[in-house]
Design a protein around this ligand. Sequence first.
Ligand SMILES: Cc1cn([C@H]2C[C@H](O)[C@@H](COP(=O)(O)OP(=O)(O)O[C@H]3O[C@@H](C)C(=O)[C@@H](O)[C@H]3O)O2)c(=O)[nH]c1=O
Length: 185
Amino acid sequence: MLSVESTVIPEVRLITPPRFSDNRGFFSEVYNKQRLADAGIVVDFVQDNHSRSAAAGTVRGLHFQAQPFAQAKLIRVVRGRIFDVAVDIRRSSPTFGKHVSVELSAENGRQLFVPVGFAHGFCTLEPDTEIEYKVSAYYSAPHDCGLSWNDPALDIAWPVDPAQAVLSDKDRRQPCLAELPEYFS
Ligand SMILES: Cc1cn([C@H]2C[C@H](O)[C@@H](COP(=O)(O)OP(=O)(O)O[C@H]3O[C@@H](C)C(=O)[C@@H](O)[C@H]3O)O2)c(=O)[nH]c1=O
């Protein structure tokens, strides 16, 4: 049975597809549109992304796309482990500025569903970590936006020393929550 659990922010869901193990290894349906719809997740995914991070302690995020290219995301790890984070940036949400963090790994097979209106990011917990994720809108560079990963106001317990974290130049200069325009009401 597909397991779909709510998190501390109910719209962010933790999904664990069943694995069928035998003498060869396992088989798993990692995405089944109908089963997700049965669990209330009705999303038209249009693009699959794959990223590899060489070092443990690599941080990507926090990212989101502005409308009309806002994306829901379904994230999973195919190699290694990540500390995965979704921050609510919907201004009128009772959980605005709050976040969910979970460990996703190739071993635990868990997936995080991140709806539109959230900034997403992760920190790799092992070298050579690869993630694959589905998104519900096409990439649009002009709509690509970010939030500072280590803004103290977010109070995220990142499992990396900020001085050691491997980041893109872009992610070193993202705005903090207080500076963020209202992208999502
Ligand atoms: C995200 C993305 C990037 N790119 C290009 C732009 C750039 O040249 C290169 C690397 O882009 P970035 O540095 O933004 O890659 P990255 O930091 O891995 O961005 C990703 O981070 C995680 C946390 C997310 O949630 C994703 O939605 C996405 O924003 O890839 C695409 O062509 N299509 C895409 O969908």
